[in-house]
Design a protein around this ligand. Structure first.
Ligand code: NAI
Length: 799
């Protein structure tokens, strides 16, 4: 072709990246890798190896060990042995190691990028310009936290040995997101990379050796799901951090429910990409290219659901098609390629199957006549239009280069459609109107919202989901808390087991064999408190409440499933509470303190029959202080504005979780209730609370307090009864967004087990005793953090 012809055609020539260094590295390891345990390479116990291949060619790259439970055990033991020393070296020493890791990643950046592209199939442009620079940034950022830890988190300590399981879509980046915060906070790690993409994790293991990281602090065990399962089930792991499919996330949740293992889950998504009629459509189309065609759409936060305002749907679709025609699909090591290979045959089949299903359900499928490579695993960029919002392709994560397009008319319809999903990971909002963009962003239930931008990430900005997209954050200050625990909590003693509740229908249990004399002085009956009103229980049964000496103090209703349903409904109706100003919430709490103060003596007097005079009086006094504390916190527990290294600000907002079910401690009826319910209400959530089973009569005093303090009806609802029975109903209820359970260990485990199906957030005392009178244990940020979830809204600025 002559130069003139080339100029006229303006076609790309091949621009392959040189793979020599990466291949030399593989050869140096004889293309065979054992596990990295205790600072050294180890043969797997079972001597079993599997191949990892290049999806763009099908060629074998290397064999890696298939980890067994014996391998996992060796790695956990190595981590356990390394943990005390790693935790106790100076913060500066830890920071230096982490800084060295960051530097070493940078020094090997090109080799790592090439390896990533060969093992995963993603375009070299992405691994070189996005993945690896973000990996280095993550280690630099967390080297800083290692240095600052004692000043910034003085009362916290590391979890211990952390098991980490990562997926194949961003192999080294997900490793960095997991390992950097874990090491910075003093934990030791066993990480299992995904079976399709183990190579960069193994290259990272070598980097750990190069910087002289103490043996056992980082262990890498390769293998498939069964290896991951062995890690999750290992009895000596303190925390599991997982990124991957919602299905496996749920299995891990179930496997760890009957244990004290802490869990953070970063799961799937079906993120909306919303384009309003006043958006800059050309920019939106470029955003969409990053949103759904980055990494072949194998991105958990991919903007896979395009929601277009009806008036611009046609021109936008035309522009998208025009742009799709220019996308180049091909060998990922070619620097001019936009869309590389799909990671594995099973994924390719899945994408094709889901697209076929979408078409069968009525969607129109459009693909450009792109030249496709003759070998390797490729799928063309795909646009599905006329998609019904409830259809499978609008609801299920396809995890491929497939965009499902729908229309809306008004901003409120856009919000409704955007939230019409079980997921809640990310969203994009395109509009030139700052009002519309921020108004809509605030209403979307997702952990990250990008305004007029897409798929931006930074170590300083937390990332993570709402609802079935998981919980916990990676990055930012909130990401560190996933690897830290209050120091006092770790060594708190266990509470004795609560006495078992009778079966739900065992009426005979409700009768007392030897009725004790009724106290002449106090004979009270309280009701349930639902939607700001006193309500009789559905069952028509009551439960006797006895004092310290066995005397009957009164009766409370025996709440059941139906009562819980009614209270959850009332809690949802009161969701407007989240929109009240923090100042307003503080005022209501101050008023509450004033009212409790005025009734101090009578409340203490009644309570004393159950807990004795000294405790009763202390509970009321501390209760008034606690209300004051949370009134103070209401307008002070606010978010942050991050300055990531782009022309953006990321506004980190502490948002309420929704309707929270709370099982209150038995032993401290008033102060325990206030200590749990107030932070939740303070943060804008609504509550269904089950009060102390020891003295549920406190409900009467509490609803008088709420009624006289202008607390809107439905913000706090109270159901008395057997807490273990009510816990099950609350935990299983799909409209309860989080469960707090602060009784014994059995209940803590039950709270986790019963809520596995809907993956709700669970916060418990793990059956440990909390000194509610100690402000260090009983109030403050630890509770407020669990009552909120951080949403990061990214907003570009400047020219
Ligand atoms: P996956 O969830 O099965 O795998 C993720 C990781 O979990 C891998 O390291 C795997 O070995 C491990 N694992 C699998 N079963 C396990 C178990 N029972 N216990 C412990 N660890 C286990 O994801 P997979 O099969 O690779 O992809 C399937 C679908 O999941 C994709 O099509 C996509 O929809 C979704 N996915 C979502 C990701 C995200 O970041 N949200 C990442 C990867 C996949």
């Amino acid at each position: 072709m002559s130069i003139a012809e080339k100029f006229a055609a303006m076609e790309y020539g091949p621009a392959p990246e040189d793979a020599k260094e990466a291949l030399t590295w593989l050869d140096r390891h004889s293309r065979r890798f054992g596990h990295f345990i205790n600072g050294a390479w180890r043969e797997p116990f079972a001597r079993e190896y599997v191949d990892t291949t290049d999806p763009s060619t099908g060629e074998r790259l290397a064999s890696v060990a298939q980890g067994s439970s014996a391998d996992i055990d060796a790695a956990v033991q190595a981590a356990r042995a390394a943990f005390p020393k790693w935790q106790s070296i100076t913060p500066h020493a830890r920071a230096r190691y982490m800084y060295a890791l960051a530097r070493q990643v940078q020094k090997h950046s090109r080799r790592l990028a090439v390896l990533e592209t060969m093992d995963n199939g993603k375009p070299i442009r992405e691994s070189r310009d996005i993945d690896i620079p973000l990996v280095a940034r993550h280690f630099y950022y967390h080297a800083g936290w290692a240095q600052l830890l004692p000043q910034e988190f003085p009362d916290y300590t590391a979890c211990g040995v952390v098991g980490q399981i990562i997926p194949w879509n961003f192999p080294l980046l997900m490793l960095a997101w997991k390992i950097a915060p874990a090491l910075a906070t003093g934990n030791a790690v066993v990480l299992k990379p995904a079976e399709f993409t183990p190579l960069t994790a193994l290259a990272f293991a070598e980097i750990c050796q190069e910087v002289g990281l103490p043996a056992g602090v980082v262990n890498i065990v390769t293998g498939d799901g069964s290896t991951g399962e062995a890690l999750v089930k290992h009895p000596d792991v303190d925390k599991i951090a997982f990124t991957g499919s919602t299905e496996v996330g749920r299995a891990i949740r179930s496997a760890t429910a009957q244990s004290h293992i802490r869990l953070s889950l970063e799961l799937g998504g079906k993120s909306p990409f919303i384009v309003f009629e006043d958006a800059d459509l050309d920019s939106a189309v470029e955003g969409l290219v990053d949103g759904i065609w980055l990494n072949q759409g194998q991105v958990c936060c991919a903007g896979s659901r395009l929601l277009m305002q009806e008036s611009i749907a046609e021109p936008l679709i035309a522009k998208i098609r025009e742009r799709m025609i220019t996308l180049r699909v091909g060998p990922p090591l070619d620097k001019g390629i936009d869309i590389g290979a799909i990671v594995a045959p099973v994924q390719l089949e899945r994408i094709q199957r889901l697209v076929n299903q979408g078409v069968a359900e009525g969607a129109t499928c459009w693909q450009p006549q792109t030249e496709m490579p003759s070998r390797g695993l490729y799928f063309p960029p795909t646009l599905l239009s006329n998609v019904h919002p409830s259809s499978m392709v609008a609801q299920q994560e396809i995890f491929g280069p497939v965009l499902a397009a729908m229309t809306f008319r008004t901003p409120s319809e856009a919000v409704e459609l955007a939230n019409n999903t079980a997921y809640g990971l990310a969203a994009c909002v395109w509009s030139e109107s700052i009002n519309i963009a921020l108004h809509v962003s605030a209403q979307i239930k997702a952990g990250v919202v990008w305004v007029n931008c897409t798929n931006l990430f930074d170590a300083s900005c937390g990332f993570g989901g709402y609802r079935e997209s998981g919980y916990g954050r990676e990055g930012g200050r909130e990401g560190l808390l996933e690897y830290l625990e209050p120091a006092w909590f770790k060594s708190a003693p266990s509470l004795p087991a609560a006495k078992p509740s009778p079966g739900e229908n065992a009426d005979s249990d409700r009768q007392t064999a030897n009725p004790a004399p009724v106290s002449a002085e106090i004979d009270r009956t309280v009701k349930l408190y639902i939607g700001g009103k006193q309500a009789r229980p559905d069952s028509g049964y009551s439960m006797e409440v006895r004092g310290r000496n066995g005397q009957i103090l009164g009766e409370v209703p025996l709440g059941n499933r139906k009562d819980i349903r009614n209270t959850v409904e009332a809690a949802h109706k009161a969701a407007g509470w989240a929109k009240t100003t923090a100042h307003n919430r503080a005022q209501i709490l101050y008023y509450m303190a004033e009212n409790l103060s005025q009734r101090r003596d009578e409340v203490a007097h009644r309570l004393s029959a159950a807990v004795g005079e000294a405790q009763a009086s202390a509970e009321v006094n501390s209760g008034i202080e606690r209300i004051f504390s949370y009134a103070a916190w209401a307008d002070k527990f606010d978010g942050a504005v991050h300055n990531p290294p782009f022309r953006n600000i990321a506004i980190a907002m502490n948002e309420p979780i929704g309707a929270v079910g709370i099982i209150c401690p038995h032993e401290v009826p008033l102060l325990g209730f206030l200590s749990l319910v107030l932070p939740v209400v303070d943060a804008g959530n609504t509550v269904v609370a089950v009060p102390s089973e020891t003295y549920p009569l406190i409900t009467g005093d509490l609803y008088q307090l709420f009624d006289t303090s202008d607390l809107p009806g439905g913000v706090v609802n109270i159901v008395t009864g057997y807490s273990s029975q009510l816990l099950k109903v609350l935990a299983e209820h799909d409209d309860v967004d989080a469960i707090w359970c602060f009784t014994d260990q059995t209940s803590a485990f039950a709270a986790k087990s019963f809520s596995t199906g809907n993956l709700k957030q669970v916060f418990t005392n793990e059956g440990r005793a909390i000194d509610w009178f100690d402000v260090k244990q009983g109030e403050g940020r630890w509770f407020l953090q669990h009552a909120t979830q951080v949403k990061n809204i990214w907003v570009p600025y400047g020219e």
